[in-house]
Design a protein around this ligand. Structure first.
Ligand SMILES: C[S@@+](CC[C@H](N)C(=O)[O-])C[C@H]1O[C@@H](n2cnc3c(N)ncnc32)[C@H](O)[C@@H]1O
Length: 336
């Protein structure tokens, strides 16, 4: 199966023939295989762990920085956050020489229709060259000078539970530059945790991890997320606060096989792209239970409209509402 943006790329394959193509943030589909080894030499730059794992072999690069090298063409798949798009385009100036072409593809609902202004980072005169399946393909010729690599994370002091915490945000990380209302509810009400390993699941900027370590510096903390920009943010946030923890890329619990924690603390994802995905959420809840020691506890904050209570009750020995407000609920669940 090919996603709509990939189908639009594929029907323009002749533009990339015989070129060294870099696919940037490409969806988890068969585009790479469909493009064909004879017509294009293609690389991937991915920042989502599950996309990276699915892609083939040594031509994939996972991280917040582009792969080393110089490419003939880059095809950027529209990221959700505009700050990430801007960052990615700036990084491309280092690996796409002047005169080379870059393409941007994405669904109209992702804001691709008005993406020309962002492409000005690479050069003037960006053009829409094709549209189909609710998607648009833009083309621009690189004119910009390479933008030097710099420390890109922005720092903010967030007001948390009556005090301030310095948090670092890489572009496009969840709740960039501010404290999420659900996370705020969790941090206001979570008590000190018992001794033993703690997991911050889906750590984002690392705000939860850093708060917990500030209050209990001796905690053995692990933080995971599937997004390289979240991991870079968490690492920077811990460093900013002179804290240490294990920070790992993980699609769900994939990097945590066989590990068990005394506590798991989370504001979990419930979206896959633009869709609410309850199957993913239920899977995570079962995984949370199986990664807790007997008697271990889960602190989970969620939007009120999501049916977490049933999923938790099916899996955990006890489930309580520890705090709530009109929009969010903080659940405290204990494993039997
Ligand atoms: C609601 S945010 C919470 C971030 C942070 N803990 C906070 O409270 O600000 C959820 C996080 O889940 C991550 N995420 C989404 N899908 C994931 C997956 N399959 N595995 C691990 N993390 C995932 C996202 O990258 C995002 O950082």
């Amino acid at each position: 199966m090919l996603s709509n943006p990939s189908q639009l790329v594929l029907r323009n394959e002749s533009l990339f023939s015989g070129r060294e193509v870099l696919l940037v943030g490409a969806p988890q589909d068969r585009l790479s295989q469909e493009l064909g080894a004879e017509t294009s030499v293609h690389w991937h730059w991915d920042w989502l762990a599950h996309q990276y794992v699915q892609q083939h072999g040594g031509r994939s690069h996972f991280g917040v920085e582009p792969p080393d090298g110089v490419f003939d063409v880059a095809i950027v798949f529209m990221p959700k956050a505009k700050s990430r798009l801007q960052y990615v385009l700036q990084q491309l100036t280092q690996i796409l020489p002047a005169g080379h072409r870059a393409y941007l593809v994405g669904e109209k609902k992702e804001g691709t229709d008005s993406a020309g202004k962002w492409l000005a980072t690479l050069g003037d005169g960006a053009q829409k060259i094709d549209r189909a399946r609710h998607c648009i393909l833009w083309e621009v010729t690189v004119q910009a000078q390479p933008v030097s690599r710099q420390d890109i994370a922005t720092q903010k002091t967030l007001p948390i539970a009556g005090s301030g915490l310095s948090v670092a945000f890489w572009p496009g990380v969840f709740s960039e530059g501010r404290l999420d209302e659900g996370t705020a509810l969790l941090l206001e009400h979570i008590p000190e945790l018992p001794k033993g390993p703690v997991l911050d699941f889906a750590c984002g900027s690392g705000v939860i991890a850093s708060f917990l370590l500030k209050r209990q510096p001796a905690l053995a903390l692990t933080a995971v997320d599937c997004d390289a920009f979240a991991l870079a943010s968490t690492q920077a946030t811990l460093q900013l606060n002179q804290q240490t923890g294990v920070v790992l890329p993980s699609d769900g619990f994939s990097a945590l096989q066989g590990q068990r924690f005394s506590s798991i603390v989370t504001n979990p994802p419930f979206h896959e792209g633009f869709r609410t995905d309850m199957a993913m959420t239920s899977r995570f809840i079962r995984d949370m239970a199986s990664h807790l020691v007997g008697g271990g506890e889960l602190w989970l904050v969620a939007n009120r409209f999501l049916p977490y209570a049933e999923a938790l009750q099916e899996t955990f020995a006890t489930v309580q509402v520890a705090a709530e407000n009109p929009r969010f609920v903080l659940y405290h669940a204990r494993r039997g």
